[in-house]
Design a protein around this ligand. Structure first.
Ligand code: CP
Length: 313
């Protein structure tokens, strides 16, 4: 079934039916990724470009691998060696690349709304790979997929999102996606890192981590984003780790079989202890693997596979 939208800009704008279609399609791609030979001809003759204006390890490489596993040609645009350094605007850069015939533009940008602006000007599908503190929809989708794979469903689960919500595009995409799929979402963190709009989104807000963790099915632990903090928002990292860092002791408040998620990269010993990150309850490594399956599903659905009802492989 094709998606309703030409672009993937955020889970706020995404229809619940589209989320369900993407999660279902990713199941087929996950099976392909479990094979020895992962290459399929699905996107042969098509191309994608990754246009990253901010650093990335997981998102960029998993989009590149997703494209390559599906036989697409992949261009990785490098801001440092491009004509952006001669003053070319984002819109002109993207239009120039579109004229070369690319099938999908994947963009990460520090400015919230940059992918939305591009989507208005391009006929080519645009995927938001993270825009400022706004949204990171492919991370939100891979988190939903991981929860569904591990717990069997999403509806009715209690999901606690802990940490730096203020600067987190992952938190926003998770909240929109989880609420649409029927989960209960609670948050906790220092008051200075909890934006005022959370309650308007139907999210319960706590300042004591133990209250948010109480009986939780899933805990999504966020990275402290020091690079986005313009002034000190808590006394020290040591104090943050003691009060808000998730360790085995604090996890006693959650359900016995609680699922631990973290979008990465990890600040070990600050927002998460190594003991928790590497425990059997942690699916952090699986999130990374599921990110490839989700991104394969998105490229397939946006680049014709979903519209023609074509075979995944
Ligand atoms: N989770 C995430 O977006 O990681 P990267 O910044 O490494 O892509």
């Amino acid at each position: 079934m094709p998606l309703e939208s030409k672009d993937i800009l955020g889970l706020e704008y995404m229809k619940t039916g589209d989320i369900a279609t993407i999660l279902k399609t990713a199941e087929s791609f996950k099976q392909i990724l479990e094979r020895d030979i992962k290459k399929v001809p699905t996107l042969r003759g098509k191309s994608i470009v990754t246009l990253f204006y901010e650093p990335s390890t997981r998102t960029r490489n998993s989009f590149e691998l997703a494209g390559k596993y599906m036989s697409a040609d992949v261009i990785n645009f490098s801001k440092a060696t491009s004509s952006v350094n001669k003053g070319e605007t984002l819109k002109d850069t993207a239009k120039t690349i579109e004229m070369m015939g690319v099938g999908t533009v994947i963009i990460r940008h520090p400015v919230a709304g940059a992918p939305n602006m591009l989507a208005k000007h391009l006929d080519t599908p645009v995927i938001n790979a993270g825009d400022g503190a706004h949204e990171h929809p492919t991370q939100g989708l891979l988190d939903l997929f991981t929860i569904k794979q591990k717990k069997g469903n999403i509806r009715g689960l209690k999901v606690a999102i802990i940490g730096d919500i203020l600067h987190s595009r992952v938190a926003r995409s998770n909240i929109w996606g989880l609420k649409k799929m029927g989960a209960e979402v609670v948050t906790a963190g220092p008051k200075t890192l909890l934006p005022p709009f959370l309650e308007e989104l139907g999210v319960k807000v706590y300042t004591r981590v133990e209250d948010a963790l109480d009986n939780a099915d899933v805990v999504n632990i966020l990275r402290i984003q020091l690079e986005r903090q313009k002034k000190a928002l808590f006394p020290s990292l040591r104090e943050y780790a003691i009060i808000f860092g998730i360790n085995s002791e604090k996890l006693k408040y959650a359900k016995e079989d609680v699922l631990i998620l973290h979008p990465g990269p990890l600040n070990r010993g600050i927002e998460i202890s190594s003991e928790v990150a590497d425990s059997e309850r942690s699916s952090i490594k699986e999130q990374v693997a599921n990110g490839v399956a989700i991104r394969m599903a998105l490229l397939y659905l946006l680049m014709g596979g979903g519209k023609t009802g074509g075979q995944v492989d």
